[in-house]
Design a protein around this ligand. Structure first.
Ligand SMILES: C[S@@+](CC[C@H](N)C(=O)[O-])C[C@H]1O[C@@H](n2cnc3c(N)ncnc32)[C@H](O)[C@@H]1O
Length: 329
């Protein structure tokens, strides 16, 4: 069962029942500013701002990506403040021992980790989503020919999903598990703990045919991560920056209760239609193995559209009464 809310998650968290959530899995605005109204309208108009279009490869158009190297010191400070405030707002809603998994960017990760520690969380390593990205690996700008053997940063091949935990309240993890159902992570199987790097890939075409959110995450990875966050398979998972709902769809596929919150009206509507369709894909895959499902190959555009149209809708959605106007005034 899932519920989704069209709201600012800061407002929503303010009225959220204490000790009602057992895990958080989220892909937040990494640099904060890329999902401000100003930047989203530039993204939708297809010009300028923090979003850039990566090069066309093999004639196929790629999705826009935000450029975090352009953030100023003031914007980085704002990012740290944002996550600190968010971490504090979230804390009362979580049970002790709840894990919080937050997607990040390698060059901004330290800011989020610092902010979350100050807000009262423990850093519990990070899980690397291994995939080929468009990040890094470039030669020095305007001197490419002069320095053909130099790259300014390594070519990106992972996305960190930072793992935090609200400190346990009982004396041991075992006692915390008994009382709150939290404190540890669910193994892939009895003899296989979750590793801290997970082979992934770009989001498959058949999923992008369902949602065109610029940050749609692949079901393969999301189901593995969401599944592991409830160690006994019991409780509720929150995604406070839901976008078009890949976390909620993953929870639904795994069989967990979940709640999603999204600020933007268009993305909220997209989530309403995308969640049941994404959840219906790969019915045999519930995140308990690392191998990529054979169905993850690309499919033709006509098939994509047909797939998106024919998958059944079975969502239960609620609109929240929480005001949607900006928390930061
Ligand atoms: C990186 S995207 C998440 C995309 C998601 N992974 C998906 O699969 O569609 C972050 C989302 O957070 C939303 N957002 C930003 N600030 C928010 C806030 N204060 N409350 C709720 N949602 C917010 C943005 O509109 C954006 O859709």
């Amino acid at each position: 069962m899932y519920r989704i809310h069209h709201a600012d998650c800061f407002e929503w968290l303010r009225v959220c029942q204490p000790h009602s959530l057992h895990a958080v899995c989220t892909d937040p605005p990494y640099g904060v500013l890329e999902f401000t109204e100003k930047e989203v309208s530039k993204l939708r108009a297809g010009r300028g701002g923090v979003w850039r279009l990566p090069p066309t490869i093999g004639g196929s158009q790629r999705d826009p990506l935000p450029r975090f190297t352009v953030l100023t010191d003031a914007q980085k400070l704002e990012q740290r403040r944002f996550f600190h405030e968010w971490g504090k707002a979230l804390l009362p809603a979580l049970v002790p021992g709840a894990h919080v998994c937050v997607a990040g960017h390698p060059i901004l990760q330290h800011l989020v980790q610092g902010a979350m520690v100050e807000a009262g969380y423990e850093v519990r390593t990070a899980i690397m989503r291994l995939y080929f990205s468009f990040r890094g690996g470039d030669r020095p700008k305007n001197a490419e020919k002069e320095f053909p053997e130099v790259c300014v940063t390594p070519k990106g091949a992972y996305e960190p999903w930072m793992l935090f935990r609200k400190p346990i309240e009982e004396k041991t993890v075992a006692e915390n598990l008994r009382k709150w159902k939290t404190g540890g992570l669910r193994r892939l199987s009895v003899d296989k703990p979750l590793p801290d790097s997970i082979p992934s890939g770009r989001t498959p075409n058949r999923e992008e045919a369902i949602s065109n959110h610029p940050c749609l995450k692949p079901q393969h990875f999301m189901r593995i991560i969401v599944r592991t966050l409830l160690p006994l398979g019991e409780g509720t998972v929150l995604d406070p920056f839901m976008g078009s709902g890949s976390t909620i769809a993953a929870a639904e596929a795994v069989g967990y209760d979940s709640v999603g919150v999204e600020l933007d009206g268009e993305y909220f509507k997209l989530a309403e239609s995308s969640i049941p369709r994404l959840a219906a894909l790969y019915p045999d895959f519930t995140g308990q193995e690392l191998q990529m499902n054979g169905e993850y190959g690309s499919i033709e555009r006509a098939d994509k559209q047909q797939l998106a149209m024919t998958l059944a809708e079975k969502a239960t959605t609620y609109r929240t009464k929480v005001p949607t106007k900006s928390r930061r005034g």
